[in-house]
Design a protein around this ligand. Structure first.
Ligand code: NAP
Length: 255
């Protein structure tokens, strides 16, 4: 699949799934802009991308800050002249339940990162995507469809993201812009360590998730990147408003 001469903006590309998407799209010939807050991690991803494709544009930014969101879209278009694909991937999980004292603080932070930032970045990118008849790939979660405990804010943010994606797919369709969503199950990334857990605890949690999937496996980030590449490419020209589960069967239950 070729994305030669296409311009792709990937948020949350300093790590995990976003880093794999940046790499995969660059391999396919795209010019990629990668976004995250941690400059050291972005630098490493940038070096890896430059080995397989065009040197990426690195944007150190916090997607929850409106000024940063404006800079993300403006700098990408200034550097590459166009925008064909927006991948809204930046996201955080939590570890609190609804009775926790800090429930609302966590909820506000999760919604700001996982949903509000996506809405604002999409709004800012819309005129550029309409110009190129481009598309959007949103990275949601299986927990947007089936709930889990101690993560109500995350579940709500991803369910909201799924329905937001379907609603804007309708707004964009007459303008030739497609919008699709990927809902991964467990994927081996830094997401648990980024919650403050040790690597040993993260490994234990991933093992529990692995046992909870019918396929008894954890995905590699590249599996999600492959699906994102397909959805962003012309092969998916007739696909919009879809939610693709890539969850090793987790949502089937059967535990
Ligand atoms: N791993 C899984 O099992 C799994 C399952 C289902 C869905 N997902 C979803 O997949 C997406 C990627 O997660 P991941 O597993 O790859 O986790 P990860 O390794 O923790 O990566 C998360 C990325 O989001 C970025 N990010 C977080 N908050 C940000 C902010 N305010 N501004 C800018 N960037 C921000 C992080 O960059 P900085 O830290 O540099 O800011 C990092 O690049 C998320 O939306 C997540 O919900 C993951």
């Amino acid at each position: 699949m070729s994305l030669i001469n296409k311009v792709v903006l990937v948020t949350g590309a300093s790590s995990g799934i976003g880093a794999a998407i940046g790499l995969k799209f660059a391999e396919a010939g795209a010019n990629v802009a990668i976004v995250g807050r941690k400059e050291d991690k972005l630098k490493k991803v940038s070096e890896n991308i430059a080995k397989v494709g065009n040197k990426p544009l690195v944007i150190a930014a916090d997607v929850t800050k409106d000024n940063d969101a404006q800079r993300i879209v403006n700098d990408t278009v200034k550097q590459f002249g166009k925008l064909h694909v927006l991948v809204n991937n930046a996201g955080i999980a939590s570890n609190v339940d609804i009775t926790s004292e800090n429930a609302m603080k966590v909820y506000d932070n999760i919604m700001a990162t996982n949903l509000r930032s996506v809405v604002y970045l999409t709004h800012l990118a819309s005129k550029h995507l309409i110009e190129t008849k481009g598309n959007i790939v949103n990275i949601s979660s299986v927990f947007g469809q089936v709930p889990t405990n101690k993560d109500f804010a995350y579940c709500a943010s991803k369910a909201g993201l799924n329905h937001f994606s379907r609603a804007i797919a309708l707004d964009f369709a007459p303008k030739g812009v497609r919008v699709n969503t990927i809902s991964p199950g467990p994927v081996k990334t830094d997401i648990i360590e980024n919650l403050g857990f040790s690597s040993e605890k993260a490994a234990a949690i991933f093992n529990i998730w692995k046992q909870a999937t019918p396929l008894k496996r954890i995905s590699d980030p590249v599996e999600i990147a492959e699906l994102a590449l397909f959805l962003a490419s012309d092969k998916a020209v007739g696909i919009t408003g879809s939610t693709y589960l890539a969850d090793n069967g987790f949502s089937l239950g059967g535990r």
